[in-house]
Design a protein around this ligand. Sequence first.
Ligand SMILES: *[C@@H]1O[C@H](CO)[C@@H](O)[C@H](O)[C@H]1NC(C)=O
Ligand SMILES: *[C@@H]1O[C@H](CO)[C@@H](O)[C@H](O)[C@H]1NC(C)=O
Ligand SMILES: *[C@@H]1O[C@H](CO)[C@@H](O)[C@H](O)[C@H]1NC(C)=O
Length: 265
Amino acid sequence: MLARQRPARPGPTALLLVVLLAAVARASWIILMPLRPSSPELRQAARTALHFFNYRTASPSTLRNLKDVLNGSAVIMKGEKEIKVAFSVESHRTKNLQLGTCSAQVGFKEHKPVPTVNINCTLLPDQKEREQEDYKLYEQIKQLETPPFETMIPDKFGNMDPSLQPLWELAMIGNSFVMWEKTTVTSYYYVQQITNIKKRITPDDFIALHYKVLLHEFKSQEIISCQVHLVWHPEKPSKTQYHCQDSGTQENGSGHGEGSGEHSL
Ligand SMILES: *[C@@H]1O[C@H](CO)[C@@H](O)[C@H](O)[C@H]1NC(C)=O
Ligand SMILES: *[C@@H]1O[C@H](CO)[C@@H](O)[C@H](O)[C@H]1NC(C)=O
Ligand SMILES: *[C@@H]1O[C@H](CO)[C@@H](O)[C@H](O)[C@H]1NC(C)=O
């Protein structure tokens, strides 16, 4: 015999949720949610934290890419989300080269850019090796003839001339800063191309890089264009300034900040 369908009744979980939500509404208080590693929110938080880390570490030879999200949770408050996330990272330069794991705490305010980030990563390779690689890159860029102003990196077919790789890696320090600052709880950016590169060496031996970056916002599919000015030396604090123009709204935004140049976070 077929079982008769029972009338839907709220299960204990649903009841608990209702009670919790009522409490949240009353106290504008806090709800803690464990999230699945596949959750988009965790990935968004991990990406954001990594932009911050890459910028702060200011080591273009050891830029990190997000590999896998391991675990995490979210604390939701009124108009604000605090996400804890652990994730593994790989080398930007050598795909599939594991560079350890990171744990981060990222705070998003609704619609507001510049998420707060607290992040710790295991530091591989060791400091000596990193410094040597950064110095190598520094010397390469110093000697490199600046490409013609209209050069796009990568080109329109997505290819990158290996001789331009050092400039791309250095620019990623500035790009990471812009992407970290512009990320909100719902929007995130990819680097599409850099162009209009101007390079000079300052009297105190920093590399000063001026360039335009086109950033692609994933959800809206919008492209924004930013002028970035980055000053970098492998051993000294780096500085970034930018000014973005949003193609749709004609809105301008700008920011400036300092990377530590110090590797032991
Ligand atoms: C992830 O899991 C580890 C242990 O497996 C735990 O120590 C850590 O607190 C967890 N991190 C987050 C953000 O949930
Ligand atoms: C990073 O490490 C510092 C010092 O050990 C600690 O206070 C902080 O909570 C850590 N942050 C995260 C997100 O694990
Ligand atoms: C944005 O900046 C451009 C170039 O500096 C300027 O021409 C334009 O008026 C600015 N727009 C707004 C909305 O501030």
